[in-house]
Design a protein around this ligand. Sequence first.
Ligand code: ZN
Length: 467
Amino acid sequence: MKKYVILIVIISSILIALAFFFFAPAKFEFKKGKTIELNYGEKYKEPGFKVTKFGKDYTEKVKIENKINFKKIGEYEIIYKVKINGITFKDKRIVKVIDKEKPIITLNGEKNITICPQTEYKEEGYKAVDDYDKDITSKVKTTKQDNKIIYYVKDSSGNKSQIIRTITKEDKTAPNITLSGNKAITLYLGSTWKESGYKAIDNCDNDITSNVVISGSVNTNKIGSYKITYTVKDKSGNQTIVERIVKIINKPISTNSSSTKKGVIYLTFDDGPNEGTTNIILDILKEEGVKATFFVTNKGPDYLIKREYNEGHTVALHTASHNYATVYKSVNDYYNDLFKVQDRVKRITGQTSKIIRFPGGSSNTISKRYSKGIMTTLTKDVVNKGYKYYDWNIDSDDAGSTTTSTGVYNNVIKYLSKNRSNMILMHDIKPHTRDALKNIIRYGKNNGYTFEKITMSTPMITHGVNN
Ligand code: ZN
């Protein structure tokens, strides 16, 4: 009896030991752990594993079942199976396919926008795209915060994105003023000046023509250059100023062309003589072999008048004082003044000159201030007394706003004409005239003009009388 018991115990122990040996589990070891996260779209790559049982390596015999769908977010299992001595052992790894990518928001239009004050920003649109959810534009939430618009979106996996658009309200662009008509206008003395119009447009305020402030005025009865200023400001204080220049000049002079010589230039110099200019002018005339006419006053040294006469020029009379208040006070006052310079010339040259030029020309209006109608009287009376008076048909403007030799030169040659006599008004007291003279003479010579001095047989060139 005892023997059986012992036998049974022994057999049972052997069976248990065998069973333990065969059924004891294999040992699975996984590199990188039993749970792996895989980014959506990423391919699974086996990180490696090892299977052993009682120290023996069965890794080579393992079969793997892999049912991962990379294109779908979820949890997948990879089954590792191995058959050892007819018994199958298995283990698994969990693979989580997840979406970690943030959606991308794109804005139509600029990210930082400047708009006019007093206007509202009009949304230009946006788009949100997620790698997994695709178009999620409809899920975008927009919020306004101060001068910012915040665009926010979350994908189905909870990944968040936001983008900010900044709206700046300011106007740094000045308005634009456009003038109708020319920016530089030339009108004749006594004509009418009428504003030819303007327009002011601002990038933010649109038409602000009614805000334009005009300053400056034009006196069409006075020769000169007048500036009219147009100023406008937009609501943001940006200012624009433009200018228009209106130049009032003497009327063109109509002369009796049939009796005058064509293509002749009469160089005439008023208000001298004057040390420093007249002497140089005489030098140039001598060099160039050209004769001219000097309408002298009582100013300057005698020797220059003597030179004018000796060198073959015409010494003519302009009045002694050249003072409008004195000269045009009355007909008698005019003659008294004229006789004074006539006497001076006679004393220096021995000649009685009867060639005259009225201060301001016969068309002057300044004489109105001192004696109404005096020019009407004088222009007839001097002729009756045997004088000849000469105005001009080209004004060099050297006593006006022209103060450079280039300016004097241009004013003269611009109006030279071959179809008439050219009576040029200049002043030998002006340095810019002195400096322009040589070029004027050269131009005349090169273009076939001849130069003459005024004599008693030169036909009068006269303006219309305005007083
Ligand atoms: Zn003068």
